[in-house]
Design a protein around this ligand. Structure first.
Ligand code: ASP
Length: 327
């Protein structure tokens, strides 16, 4: 390859973190009894045809089942993305990830990355060992999005649909098209190597670049999520407050209440939440509903997280407690 051709190539960095996409089962007909995070990301790219003029590089950042995702991996991903995106030769980054916490990682990266180059998370619902795995097409589609002129910000690609990090949610336990953007609708679709945009690319993150300043072993503030439900009681909140009162290290600093409907809480939870606020815990309400947003009312005693799901509200609250300005 001539030097000129090589330098005109657009590079896409593919970061592996594990998940079902890198999972293996003992039998090819088994789509659920597999072990996630077995296949190296370089192996996932073997045989994948990159779009014309695009070169791929693989790097393993983690190898986990994403149900076990940790803040330390988010930090490592954010740092690596920021570093790679600052390189003018890099068009974008793809991250292979498990489906279970994919929306949390995507929202974290959306919240902390400054670059508006694309970062595209992708996944699979069937393991790499399946008779008909969905991972290879998803990775190909994600690479297309990452390399495509005009795409920007953090997005998620699964089953040919492109979602924003802010709206995406896993909504199905088994179907290949397991994600939805709810009311917001998707950004678009990937069809035969082309991106068809029907919505809007997200605005670039808040440009924190805070992830660069935080120590590698930063212990994030503890933020718990508790559900309000029929027959709910405040005992769990009080137990957390008792631990905090004893000065235990790693005690709770934030609490997300997964509220019913338009942010309503069982009165027992509401009273316990008031005790938590009085004790200095940051409390936020996020709706349990998978669609819609909390519409604030005058006199609301507990702030709401708008359209954020409880898991994303937790990420936002952690970042706020780390001193990051809100999105
Ligand atoms: N438990 C797997 C994971 O999140 C599920 C998946 O990837 O579909 O890593």
């Amino acid at each position: 390859m001539s030097e000129q051709l090589a330098s005109s190539r657009r590079r896409v960095l593919v970061l592996g973190t594990g998940g079902t996409i890198a999972g293996r089962a003992a039998a090819s007909g088994d789509n659920i009894g597999y072990v996630a995070g077995q296949v190296a990301v370089a192996e996932l790219l073997a045989g994948l045809e990159a779009p014309a003029g695009v070169s791929l590089e693989a790097e393993q950042v983690a190898q986990v089942d994403s149900k076990d995702m940790e803040f330390s991996i988010w930090l490592a991903l954010a740092r690596r993305c920021a570093q790679a995106l600052a390189d003018p030769a890099v068009a974008g980054v793809v991250i292979t990830h498990g489906t279970d916490t994919l929306e949390e990682t995507a929202f974290f990266l959306h919240s902390v990355l400054a670059s508006d180059k694309p970062v595209v998370l992708t996944c699979a619902m069937r393991p790499a060992s399946a008779l008909s795995p969905d991972g290879p097409q998803n990775v190909r589609d994600a690479v297309v999005v990452a390399a495509s002129h005009g795409s920007r910000g953090v997005s998620v690609v699964c089953a040919g649909v492109v979602h924003t990090a802010a709206d995406v949610q896993k909504v199905h336990t088994y179907r290949l098209d397991a994600f939805s953007s709810g009311d917001g609708g998707p950004i678009g679709f990937v069809e035969e190597g082309q991106v068809r945009v029907t919505g809007k690319w997200p605005e670039a993150g808040r440009g924190l670049d805070a992830a660069q300043q935080w120590p590698h072993d930063l212990d994030p503030p503890r933020v718990e999520i508790l559900f309000s439900h029929a027959g709910a009681r405040g005992a769990l909140i009080d137990a957390l407050l008792a631990e905090r009162a004893q000065g235990a290290s790693g005690a709770i600093r934030g609490l997300v209440l997964a509220a019913t409907g338009n942010g309503t809480l069982h009165h027992e939870i509401e009273q316990a939440a008031a005790r938590a606020q009085a004790a200095g815990v940051a409390v936020v309400r996020a709706t349990r509903c998978s669609q819609g947003r909390i519409l604030a009312k005058p006199g609301d005693a507990i702030p709401d997280a708008g359209a954020l799901s409880p898991v994303k509200a937790r990420v936002a609250l952690m970042l706020e407690l780390l001193g990051a300005p809100s999105l």
